[in-house]
Ligand binder design. Structure first.
Ligand SMILES: [Zn+2]
Length: 1136
């Protein structure tokens, strides 16, 4: 291996993941650099091979970290190219290595070796060798599990590698951490864009939009154009069914002068398809004309687009222009051969033309290209059924219903998967009916060998085993087209189905009108009309695709994919313009460091100055230390956690295996006899000791007048007061079904709207009246008081004992009806709700809305629903989906009655497990509405408390406890949050505060502002609590000082602004992080918007045009910081 020249050494030293996308090594102009990079890779590989003797140490300790980062193959994530390689890399190292006495030299050598792995990752990445890059990065991570987060180029690199390999879950995790650690990272705009694309792909539209908007803010060099991002934002609207906004977005782009042809083709394609699918865009005829027009324009703009041709075919088929449809499909196949959707649609067309053999081949092409193509499997089943081949039909339906099984490639594996319990796999309603029907038929049918009946189509196994390689060849197709058509046969058909109609096209076309969306009545289907039912199903599977993005729509999925891919292709062109500038800069830096080491270009870990900051410092020492920090770059990251803490992430569940009993623990509860009980310190201790507790009989013991919160009183007091409404499906409390798919799910429907107290009261009352009419005459034995138990005995759906069909059907009807839940009624206004709020002062201090012992009373301003009271108005089945309280504060909830509520709760130590299950179910833990499937929790060794809250009972939800609640009867509840002054509460609150930043979720408790107020207002004698608060003060004061130094170095003046009385704390108008003390104001659309430093820098790297304001004098902060000391007396120094 040759020694690098000085210049080459400097060049390689500079290269890391940040050049990805900016340095195009496939360009012949960069051939020299490419050779150099390749040579360096060889050198590094040799070096690493020789250095491996040092690497086995502590391997077992590192295993956990590795598992956290291994790209487990996820549903919907495609790892075809990489899985084998990755598996190799996950093998532990050779553990026979020599154990040597570690010397300083070796330590240095080892560091060097480990960093070489990272460099290797970077270089592979720049060459576009993503699997190799990932492999090297993962090895690096094993050695750096305790400080990888100081290496931002590494996190960026591994994130890009995951992204390119479509391991989105891991790419998202890496990128989120990177933005948390370094919001000003050189490629932060690239990170925001990719996060936006991936989160859109995962259905997390709200956060996706936030990231795409942030990507637009930057003035940094980028690999994408502003218009491309705006296209993505418009597409984001489209997938959320916000058609008007999407249409406006697309049309805006078409009016831009400098739009590229490719982007234009994309815009036309999306617009065309929207016109085809979306009814609200006008009258059908007009829409279809627009759709064809736009799709043709798309094809004109980009004649290579197979996708647009395919959609054009769909439009033609939709208006029954069969010939044109076939033409378009054929062209599409020629442009993009491996498209399962196109083959599926070709099959539909053939089937409609009564060409079953051709249809069969087309579907087979589709399912061979995409083994999980639900629509193709369904249609194939229908085809077989229409030809009387029930066994084949049955197999196909089962394949259509199976969930994607990683690694399953053979039909046999599929058939095994099929035997899973039907309710655990995704059966759509029509399919499950067909399957049940066929099961019945097949159980009575004679064995196939006995039947002498000739089969019309070859069996699924035979069809599957036809060679496919040639079939995708379009010339072959044209040849096949000329062959005489084989109508009925047992011998397999050679060659592909020509994507072209046969001569008898006009013979018996089935009018599209006859295809209706009527999914009912399948049970009665016999062989005679099975063709009709078949058409129904085709229509269902196609129309679903058009409307429902979340249900794996073939078209959207693919346009999505092509959108991602296009982005990468186009961006390469732009890179080329930047590369010269960047590389020139390299040679400037070259002079700075000339050490005589052959591998010096590998680079060393950056020294971390922040370790010098300790809470023992006084403010003067702190200021002196800040002066030593570099100010050429903006301050990286403000955390309120410990110095050098890793980025927060959900914790593993406690490892202890729980018994059946422990999984269903009894709920801690206490019954109050009198007022004295309620005010005893033991009650507070009891509550603080348990994850959740129910205090029974509280209202009685305190003589609380709950009637003040009854619907009647509320209507009398403020009839026009606003109520937020959630529309939900009524279900049994321990179950959550996706009715359209007929399976248990976590995602919980909860649509939002608004009404008034008076109107909701009317609804609540009439729902109660209706229930009396419905239930009492029907089932006299159901004598329970309608306000409490009448609806709670919901039949578990497979109940065999219930032979009363009439009753069961009625009940079923009730259970699947929609209900409206009146939630988040704001009772903060002291004038409007004086009697109610006064009544609540009877509560013991620890449970009161406002008290000196409640952290939330020290915020100094209102946080609606947290330090004010909220009211909930319920009918049976009203659901508060699973959640932890905002920033992990405790909560108080009192049931007003008359009905009961059922509670489910998981101790806070297990929240990481619940989070992971949400992720598995593709639902956002923080943003989504979810209702846990209890069995899933038990399987993961997660315990669940379950109990009934009766009228007058108070539920205490301790810090961090995950809970979900459903009303059994008609009732109202009141609730608010409290923050006991304990180290546990404070640490859980700031941990969540930091994790929210990682997740781009707004913390509605401004923890920094609150911490400074706590330091002013209270004396703390608990050492742990003191240290935590002091650490927050230290970190924020350091950050404030550092920001001020940086701002001054930019020549920007900081103006003192002060704070108004009760002024709310500030959040960044862009990224929603809390902004403390130094505010960056920019006028946007005639409003003065507060920004954090990072977002201000995105808008204006020089900070020109931005006003910098200060909320507190530095002397004031110093005084508070210095005088906040551990209070050495017994007990906490506040009064209750
Ligand atoms: Zn911001």
């Amino acid at each position: 291996m040759g020694q690098l020249s000085f210049e080459d050494d400097c060049l390689i030293r500079e290269l890391d993941s940040r050049y990805y996308g900016f340095l195009d090594l496939s360009n012949s102009k960069n051939a020299e650099i490419r050779t150099l990079v390749q040579q360096t890779i060889t050198n590094l590989q040799n070096y690493i091979a020789n250095g491996q003797v040092h690497d086995s140490k502590n391997f077992s300790d590192n295993k956990n970290a590795i598992q956290k980062f291994e790209p487990l193959t996820q549903e919907g994530e495609h790892m075809e190219n990489t899985s084998s390689q990755n598996n190799d890399e996950t093998k532990p190292y050779d553990t026979n290595a020599n154990e040597k006495v570690s010397t300083i030299d070796e330590k240095l050598h080892d560091d060097h070796y480990v960093n070489a792995l990272c460099k290797l990752g970077h270089l592979h990445l720049l060459l576009g060798e993503y699997s190799e890059a990932l492999s090297a990065y993962q090895k690096y991570l094993r050695f750096r599990e305790n400080n990888y987060w100081t290496n931002h180029a590494f996190i960026y690199g591994i994130g890009v590698a995951y992204f390119k390999l479509r391991c989105f879950k891991w790419a998202i995790k890496s990128f989120q951490e990177l933005l948390y650690l370094s919001p000003n990272f050189t490629c932060a705009n690239e990170v925001h864009l990719r996060l936006g694309l991936m989160l859109k792909h995962c259905g997390e539209f709200h956060v996706a939009q936030k990231h795409l908007q942030l990507a637009l803010l930057y003035t940094y060099p980028s690999t994408y154009s502003e218009l491309q991002v705006k296209f993505q934002i418009a597409h984001l609207y489209e997938v959320q069914n916000k058609h008007k906004a999407a249409k406006d977005g697309y049309e805006f782009l078409l009016n831009e002068k400098n739009i590229s042809l490719e982007l234009k083709a994309d815009v036309y394609r999306q617009l065309g398809w929207m016109y085809h699918c979306v009814e609200c865009l006008g009258e059908k005829k007009e829409r279809e004309a627009n759709a064809l027009n736009f799709l043709q324009k798309s094809i004109e703009a980009d004649p290579k687009s197979g996708q647009s041709l395919y959609l054009l075919g769909r439009c033609y088929a939709g208006i029954n222009k069969v010939h044109d449809a076939f033409l378009a499909y054929r062209n599409s196949v020629e442009k993009s051969e491996g498209n399962a959707d196109t083959w599926c649609s070709i099959g539909v067309l053939y089937q409609q033309q009564n060409q079953p053999t051709d249809a069969l081949q087309a579907y087979i092409c589709a399912v061979q290209l995409d083994k999980d193509h639900k629509a193709a499997w369904t249609n194939l089943g229908i085809l077989y059924e229409s030809c009387g081949q029930l066994r084949d039909a049955y197999a196909c339906y089962l394949n259509a219903t199976k969930q994607i099984i990683p690694g399953s490639s053979s039909l046999i594996r599929k058939k095994q998967a099929i035997r899973m319990k039907k309710d655990t796999i995704g059966l759509s309603k029509g399919l499950s009916q067909r399957i049940t029907f066929l099961e019945g038929q097949l159980s009575q049918a004679p064995l196939p060998s006995i039947t002498s009946k000739r089969r019309q189509l070859c069996s699924i196994e035979e069809a599957w085993n036809l060679p496919i390689s040639l079939e995708m060849n379009s010339r072959q197709q044209q040849t096949a087209q000329m062959l005489p058509r084989q109508v009925t046969k047992q011998s397999p058909v050679q060659g592909p189905p020509p994507p072209y109609p046969h001569s008898q096209l006009s013979q018996s076309p089935i009018p599209a009108k006859r295809i209706k969306e009527d999914g009912t009545g399948h049970q009665e289907v016999t062989q005679n009309n099975s063709q009709t039912s078949a058409q129904n199903l085709i229509n269902i599977s196609e129309s679903l695709n058009q409307r429902n993005f979340n249900a794996m729509p073939e078209s959207n999925k693919n346009s999505e994919q092509s959108v991602v891919d296009t982005f990468d292709e186009i961006s390469n062109d732009i890179y080329k313009q930047n590369e010269t500038i960047k590389l020139e800069r390299l040679s400037h830096d070259a002079l700075s460091n000339n050490e005589d080491s052959r591998y010096d270009y590998i680079g060393a870990d950056s020294a971390d100055l922040s370790t010098t900051f300790k809470i023992q410092m006084d403010s003067k020492q702190l200021m002196a230390a800040v002066k030593l920090l570099p100010i050429d770059e903006p301050p990286v990251h403000c955390t309120v956690l410990q110095v050098n803490a890793p980025p927060p992430s959900p914790p593993d569940c406690p490892p202890q295996k729980l018994t059946q009993d422990q999984l269903l623990p009894p709920t801690p509860s206490v019954h109050l006899e009198n007022k004295k009980n309620a005010f005893s310190p033991q009650l507070q201790e009891f509550c603080l000791k348990h994850p959740i507790a129910v205090v029974r009989g509280l209202a009685g013991a305190l003589k609380l007048d709950l009637g003040l919160f009854s619907t009647k009183t509320l209507v009398e007091a403020n009839p026009d007061h606003s109520v937020e409404v959630r529309t939900q499906v009524h279900q049994s409390p321990d179950e959550n079904w996706d009715t359209s798919q007929g399976k248990r799910v976590w995602a919980c429907i909860s649509h939002r709207s608004h009404t008034t107290i008076a109107k909701y009261a009317q609804y609540q009352a009439s729902s109660f009246q209706d229930s009396l009419k419905l239930i009492l005459p029907q089932d006299e034995s159901d004598k329970g008081f309608p306000g409490s138990q009448a609806m709670s005995d919901s039949d578990s759906k497979d109940s065999v004992s219930n032979s009363n069909i009439v009753l069961k059907r009625k009940k079923h009807k009730i259970n699947s009806k929609m209900l409206r839940f009146g939630t988040n009624v704001d009772l903060s206004d002291e004038k409007k709700w004086k009697p109610q709020l006064t009544e609540l002062q009877k509560l013991p201090a620890f449970a009161r809305v406002i008290s000196a012992a409640n952290m939330l009373s020290h915020v100094g301003h209102v946080i609606l629903g947290m330090n004010t009271v909220q009211l909930y108005m319920k009918v049976p089945g009203s659901r508060t989906p699973g959640h932890q309280e905002n920033n992990n504060f405790c909560s108080i909830n009192i049931n007003i009655g008359p009905g009961d509520c059922e509670w489910f709760a998981v101790p806070d130590a297990y929240w990481g497990g619940v989070h992971n299950l949400c992720e598995k179910n593709n639902i956002s833990y923080l943003h989504g509405s979810w209702w846990p499937v209890l069995e899933d929790l038990y399987k993961e060794n997660i315990p669940v408390y379950r109990f009934i809250q009766k009228p007058g009972d108070l539920v205490w939800v301790n810090a961090g406890c995950v809970h979900w609640v459903q009303s059994i009867g008609w009732c109202n509840n009141i609730a608010w949050n409290v923050g006991p002054l304990t180290a546990r509460q404070y640490s859980l609150a700031i941990e969540r505060y930091e994790w929210n930043k990682v997740q781009a979720f707004k913390s509605i408790v401004p923890m920094v502002h609150l911490s400074w107020n706590l330091a002013r207002n209270i004396k703390v004698s608990d050492t742990k609590l003191f240290e935590l608060i002091k650490m927050c003060l230290l970190q924020t004061l350091k950050n404030v000082l550092h920001i001020q130094e940086y701002v001054k170095s930019k020549g920007v003046e900081i103006r003192f602004n002060g704070r108004g009385k009760n002024e709310a704390s500030h959040y960044c108008g862009q990224c929603e992080v809390e902004v403390f003390n130094v505010l960056f104001i920019k006028e946007q659309e005639k409003r003065h918007v507060v920004h954090c430093l990072s977002c201000a820098l995105k808008l204006s790297p020089s900070l020109q045009g931005i006003v910098c304001l200060e909320e507190y004098r530095l002397s004031e902060l110093q005084r508070v910081y210095d005088s906040f000391t551990l209070h050495r007396t017994q007990g906490l120094a506040y009064t209750q």
